[in-house]
Design a protein around this ligand. Structure first.
Ligand SMILES: CC(C)(COP(=O)(O)OP(=O)(O)OC[C@H]1O[C@@H](n2cnc3c(N)ncnc32)[C@H](O)[C@@H]1OP(=O)(O)O)[C@@H](O)C(=O)NCCC(=O)NCCS
Length: 149
């Protein structure tokens, strides 16, 4: 398994995964292209095979002078519950910590997404706020935060 920065060549694979996991809440292809050009980290987890399959990805933007925001994160459903999400999140947080200007990391997660919430808690994220009807689908979200000391 390798973690690499996403490039414009990956747009279709990323969009396919995004659509298959998030359906009507999926980011558009245009937005994904924009984020490939402009991000703090847009990382993919790739299988070490001849055809390099993308197992998962994570998108981090800097939305304030001292804050990173994880705006998208998923693992291909065929590979869930094998530790890949933890591996990608751990290594991303490690990279974020290397940027000395970043003091906190935030993210939004669906209130009912207990798997993701559990994973974020494992790495020290705490729920700080509930945001009603946050998603296009009108579902509620939690804002979670990790302070970097
Ligand atoms: C959240 C997500 C990225 C986790 O990826 P993953 O590779 O399955 O994560 P891991 O294998 O590292 O498991 C993380 C935890 O979730 C639990 N988990 C994972 N899949 C599970 C499942 N199908 N059922 C129950 N628990 C599960 C594991 O038990 C693990 O807990 P542990 O560390 O205490 O053992 C993945 O479920 C996903 O892509 N979900 C859809 C997209 C999403 O919700 N993204 C987050 C948006 S904020």
């Amino acid at each position: 398994m390798k973690i690499k920065q996403v490039s414009s060549k990956d747009v279709n694979d990323i969009f396919f995964l995004e659509k298959s996991v998030f359906n009507k809440n999926a980011f558009s292809k245009a937005l994904i292209k924009k984020l490939i050009r402009n991000n703090l980290y847009f990382l993919k987890l790739e299988k070490n095979k001849i055809r390099k399959e993308i197992i998962g990805f994570i998108i981090v933007v800097k939305d304030r002078i001292d804050r990173a925001n994880i705006i998208n994160f998923l693992v291909n459903p065929n590979y869930h519950n094998k530790g890949y999400g933890s591996f990608l999140l751990f290594n991303t947080v490690k990279k974020i910590k290397e940027s000395t200007d970043i003091k906190k990391v935030v993210l939004n997660v669906q209130v009912k997404n207990s798997t993701a919430i559990k994973l974020y808690r494992k790495f020290g994220f705490k729920i700080v706020q509930k945001i009603n009807q946050y998603y296009q689908s009108k579902e509620d979200a939690y804002l979670m935060k990790l302070d970097i000391l």
